[in-house]
Design a protein around this ligand. Structure first.
Ligand SMILES: NC(=O)C1=CN([C@@H]2O[C@H](COP(=O)(O)OP(=O)(O)OC[C@H]3O[C@@H](n4cnc5c(N)ncnc54)[C@H](OP(=O)(O)O)[C@@H]3O)[C@@H](O)[C@H]2O)C=CC1
Ligand SMILES: CC(=O)N[C@@H](CCC(=O)OP(=O)(O)O)C(=O)O
Length: 342
């Protein structure tokens, strides 16, 4: 018998990607699947690509339905997982794909999310210095936001090696699945097709404090981040262009060396060959972050570009990677570095 696993939010985009990965994982046995308004309907009505699970009926999202499992993945809107997780036993491994438990500063949470803070859990980005060890014994894991995943992985080597000043500017493009499945007028095909648009400009995006938290921890002091997200006419993918002021005397060779060293033993991080730049199409369906870095000598800035699939390394793949660690399984089990192309 496998590891009994429940997924809350199974009718959504993150839940669907979790199930795609879990269905191919050798250790997980898929138990309860839950939803909100769509409870009582068949999974196949919402996730027709998940053929082997199509006839499963979605249950209501309640602690009674989710308890009795070894692992519970929560893929629910913000604010839903905090109260639910409190009612799940401490022996159950709970992996929260939502934002509720990511931030360490309750003031940041209240400012950006407008509700009271649910608490802070171990942060599911094993590649950041010190995080892998914290995840190994964890019973609760906060899966990072998709943009902070791309940005933190793109810049941590520069900060870990002391090559960048704490002055970061990020412009990132996301596919529309990042916004979830719920109907939103600005995501209508006629609004999105053939156009790229900026949103949440001027330090207002709720992922900004998460990026600041991650990069400040690596830098060992406060880092400022000016983040501008943009919406691109594609379903999946994030391309994050991240720049930071270079420390005096930094050379292109030192920069590349720092990235090569930081990524050397990381199964899911790739530093592309010199001159090749990341594209979202390189990461589709794969649990990878592909990165390239350059020194802009005239502007004195480090430029790092990262591509991820927002639903794979940016959510569900990262969630399974952390679950593997917390369960004492091989970190790479059930996860692929092979993408889909074209
Ligand atoms: N999309 C992405 O790229 C990423 C998403 N995430 C996070 O994952 C979580 C889910 O996101 P996503 O899948 O995109 O969102 P979706 O809107 O696609 O799915 C939301 C899921 O939650 C269920 N749900 C909604 N309201 C309730 C409720 N009140 N009680 C119980 N279940 C409810 C929905 O069920 P129903 O169908 O019945 O409404 C659906 O299954 C979010 O917290 C998001 O922040 C994290 C990183 C990236
Ligand atoms: C394109 C788009 O709208 N993206 C979402 C980010 C999705 C995500 O990963 O964020 P959470 O897990 O924190 O919800 C946004 O900008 O709000």
């Amino acid at each position: 018998m496998g590891i009994r696993t429940a997924v809350a939010g199974a009718s959504g985009y993150a839940g669907g990607e979790l199930l795609r990965i879990l269905a191919g994982h050798p250790e997980f046995e898929i138990g309860a699947l839950t939803a909100g308004a769509n409870a009582g309907t068949e999974l196949g009505a919402h996730q027709p690509h998940l053929r082997s699970l199509a006839g499963r009926v979605l249950a209501e999202t309640a602690p009674e339905t989710l308890s009795g499992h070894d692992v519970v993945f929560l893929a629910l809107p913000h604010g839903q997982s905090g109260p639910l997780a409190e009612r799940l036993g401490e022996d159950v491994l709970v992996i929260d794909c939502g934002a509720d438990h990511r931030l360490t500063d309750p003031g940041d949470w209240e400012r950006f999310y407008g509700t009271s803070h649910a608490g802070t859990w171990p942060y599911g980005l094993p590649e950041l210095p010190g995080h892998r060890d914290a995840l190994r014994p964890a019973k609760r894991v906060a899966v990072p936001g998709c943009y902070p995943t791309a940005v933190s992985l793109a810049l941590f080597p520069a900060f870990a090696a002391g090559l960048a000043e704490p002055d970061v500017v990020v412009v990132a493009a996301s596919g529309t699945s990042g916004a979830g499945r719920a109907l939103k007028p600005h995501l209508l095909g006629s609004e999105v097709m053939g156009s790229v648009s900026a949103y949440a400009v001027g330090g207002t995006h709720r992922h900004t404090p998460e990026m600041v938290q991650n990069l400040s921890a690596v830098a060992g002091g406060p880092v400022t981040v000016s983040f501008t997200p943009t919406l691109a006419p594609m379903s999946r993918g994030i391309l994050a262009t991240c720049t930071a002021k270079a420390r005096p005397g930094v050379t292109a060779a030192a920069l590349r060396g720092a990235y090569a060293k930081a990524y050397a033993d990381e199964p899911f991080l790739g530093l592309l060959p010199d001159g090749q730049w990341p594209a979202t199409s390189m990461t589709l369906g794969a649990n990878t972050a592909l990165v390239q870095v350059a020194l802009d000598e005239s502007a004195g800035r480090v430029v790092a570009v990262a591509a991820i699939d927002n639903l794979t390394k940016g959510t569900a793949g990262g969630a399974v990677q952390s679950a593997n660690l917390a369960l004492g399984l091989p970190e790479e089990l059930g996860l692929t570095t092979i993408g889909v192309s074209p």
